[in-house]
Design a protein around this ligand. Structure first.
Ligand SMILES: [Zn+2]
Length: 187
């Protein structure tokens, strides 16, 4: 079982979580390493068929986007205003403008959706999911594990929105052990 299946975010926010979890430090894989693994992830997990095979430059850009998003969520949890601003600027720069369009639904409610043009559709879908989550007040529940050796993304379902680790038993206790050792060594 995948750890993201343990604490999955609701749809469509789950796409952002799944994008972050294309890399695992703990299990040592990165699905954005090769054009084939990325294309397979797009088709099978994100439901997006890319117009062309991505090259190394595209992959580099998507990896930067993913890590900027991780930084953004970390700053959201515990960052200073300056850290939040710099993470937001970085991701805006990578994503670029004009990813979304706005319209009214059949129920006379406003909504934003991703523009359906070519290679930017993944960015658009990620942005659409983030806006939707913010609108439903669950954006802050999407988190990145506080263990720096992990950084897996999980959805915090706790009542007071206080979870900091993807898995308390694994990452929580490891982090506590490390802090304990650091304190002992500096004595
Ligand atoms: Zn973790």
């Amino acid at each position: 079982m995948h750890a993201d299946e343990l604490k999955p975010a609701p749809q469509p926010l789950q796409l952002v979580q799944q994008f972050l979890n294309t890399r695992s430090l703990m299990r040592n894989f990165d699905l954005l390493d090769t054009p084939l693994s990325f294309t397979t992830w797009c088709t099978e997990t994100a439901g997006i068929s890319l117009k062309r095979m991505p090259d190394e430059q595209d992959l580099e850009r998507y990896r930067s986007l993913r890590e900027a998003l991780r930084k953004l969520l970390l700053s959201h949890m515990s960052g200073s205003p300056a850290e939040k601003a710099s993470a937001s600027e970085e991701i805006n720069r990578i994503m670029g403008p004009d990813l979304l369009q706005a319209s009214f639904t059949q129920l006379a409610e406003p909504k934003v959706t991703a523009r359906q043009d070519g290679d930017t559709s993944l960015e658009g879908r990620l942005m659409e999911a983030a806006v939707d989550a913010h609108y439903r007040k669950i954006w802050r529940r999407l988190k990145v594990c506080a263990n720096e050796d992990c950084r897996w993304s999980f959805f915090d379902r706790s009542k007071n929105r206080s979870a900091t680790w993807c898995d308390m038993a694994i990452c929580g206790s490891r982090t506590k052990m490390r802090l304990y050792r650091q304190r002992r060594n500096t004595r």
